[in-house]
Design a protein around this ligand. Structure first.
Ligand code: CA
Length: 237
């Protein structure tokens, strides 16, 4: 993972400097932005490989920055790891809803933070452009997935998914109707070493469904177990 560019968006200078120092020791290329607006500008001018995004920021909150990034196709799949205080739990859910990939609560141990960063970078690597070429498209009803280009169309219209949503959708569609437990989805969507709860998966799936619009019914809930690809052609509404 050496040489990967990480942008830290954090207004508490001490934390930002400490994290930057540690990341540089791991040979990451690190930049710091001190408020949400500066962070957004830096990401737009040159998208990094990962953003460490504090939630409570001057000028623009982490949630607002995430929402802006996800709206724009050129930054829609930049991996975002939110930094939050435990007291901001409702904000964490909002942050995941608008498209953050994962979060770490403050105070965090540096080794936990490094592990999460590495896991997120690995996920983006296997989904991203470094992946070997695959020509086939995946289909499910009106949904078309171009795995290599990370494009998803519904009824021929492109939709913007976060990295996690994209990987979850691919897992469900390639499952071909097999039920995937939340644990399996956590492994496929978030990386094996991600420490995430069932609720995190549910939040990502809810957000994925919202973006799928009329095609949402293809991602079917199996109560108490998980999710699967539904065959719903016979029950079009
Ligand atoms: Ca802050």
């Amino acid at each position: 993972m050496a040489g990967k560019r990480i942008l830290i968006v954090e207004d508490e200078r001490d934390i930002a400097d400490l994290v930057a120092m540690r990341l540089k020791r791991e040979k990451y290329d690190v930049e710091i932005a001190g408020d949400g607006l500066e962070g957004l500008r830096k990401i737009r001018s040159s998208p990094p490989d990962l953003v460490l995004l504090d939630l409570m920021l001057p000028k623009m909150s982490g949630v607002e920055v995430t929402a802006e990034l996800r709206k724009d196709p050129s930054t829609a799949d930049v991996p975002i790891l939110m930094l939050t205080a435990k007291s901001e739990e409702s904000d964490i859910v909002v942050g995941l809803h608008v498209g953050a990939d994962d979060y770490v609560t403050k105070p965090f141990s540096m080794s936990v933070l490094l592990a999460r960063i590495a896991a997120l970078l690995r996920r983006s690597e296997t989904t991203g452009k470094d992946r070997p070429k695959r020509e086939e498209l995946l289909h499910a009803g009106p949904i078309t997935i171009d795995e290599q280009r990370h494009h998803v169309n519904v009824d021929g219209k492109p939709i913007q998914l976060t990295l996690t949503e994209f990987r979850l959708l691919v897992a469900v569609v390639t499952g071909k109707g097999r039920v995937l437990t939340r644990d399996q989805l956590i492994n496929k969507g978030m990386g094996v070493d991600a420490v995430v709860t069932d609720r995190t998966i549910d939040v990502h799936v809810t957000s994925l469904r919202r973006k799928l619009g009329s095609a949402r019914k293809y991602v079917e809930t199996v109560r108490g177990v998980g999710y699967r690809l539904a065959s719903v052609d016979h029950e079009e509404s």
